[in-house]
Design a protein. Sequence first.
Length: 429
Amino acid sequence: MNTAGKWTSVLLASTLAIVTACSNENAGGAGAGKDGKAESPSTTPAGQKAKIEYFQMKSEMVDVVNELIKDFQSKNPNITVEQNNVPNPENVWTMRVSTDDAPAVFTHFPHNAVFQQMSKEGRVVDLTGGPLMANVSPALADLSKIDGKNYLVPIAVATLGVHYNVDMFNELGLKIPQTYDELIATADKIKAAGKTPFYFHDKDWNGIRQEVVSRMGLQIPDVQNFLDSVMKGKAHITDNAAFKPFAQKLYDLRKYSQKDALGTGYDDALREFANGKSAMWYTGIWAIQPIKKSNPNLKFSMFPMPAADSANTKVQVSVDTAIGIPTKGKNQAEAKKFIEYMSSKEVVQKYVDLSGYPAAINGVTNNNKEITSLSDLITAGKVYPTIERVWPPGVNGDVGKATQEMLATGDIDGYLKALDKIFYNKLNQ
């Protein structure tokens, strides 16, 4: 068994042990061609409404997607779309596709290692060069390719940044920091004023993992190639002198956090930031709409995590909302029609206006003032891909948990040894 296949099997075995199937429908129907056109037009008998399940992984977008589904159904009265959003969606998707219970349409992440392997195994329709990809930004189409092929239609991209309380910054006379040293100086001023500079949600190792991955890509030169060497058994983490100061910065930034950051989950941090309990919160743009919903009166915006030199500041970009079709999915003609609708310029404009995400579709503008500084960097090409897209399944979780332990103990040297154990020779196992 090859390495990637081995890791897929391992994750699938654990998934089957912990996840209960969310649907009792048996997926059937013929496969689909390279251009996304179904070989069989529909699995629904003539005269009956076609029903498709949209397995959508972003919980914060459920309400937005429901509104779009209503609009689609009004224009396509013979098609019923049921949105399905569940806990642990990536694990559930893996199980369902592996057991021929695939949803007709789904979202996933092209950087996800398990999705990549499942696509290579032929479980997802190859859309490369087909009509469903026609509106996608070429650069983002390339970013989402797996071995040169597109298996998902990118709709929007995600990045991370520092959410900040505009009123608090104005009250304290603070400017947006342009360098990492200026960020620390800003945090010092906020702390001296008796306020909490940062909220962290360190109870969730997944949130820690997101911070580590994005900051590695920003702060450690050529880190992706170096980690590739480590995973091939050709180097050790401690061979790279940049890792220790990187880890120290992660730990030291917690000096500016609320009490008990390790006991604070994502939802708690979101609520507290929305209620004005901290000046800053480092997380993804996916938090924008929940913050607004939690406190419509909060004035907040975002700025990029600054590099040591402002000229080197850039943002991590990953395809965050992307839609695909399983090879054995039902009603592929109707599924294709739904994707055509969801990837149209007009609909994507609505989606990103409501979600706050930068679009992956040509001709869509950014109307969300909170992400202007991030969007400007994306437009200028000052971006880098998420480095975890080339990690074997399970590595990112192990990194998050190891970092969580380091944040609890302050043991930097132990952390570097733990990272080495996680990465070393991984591609040869």
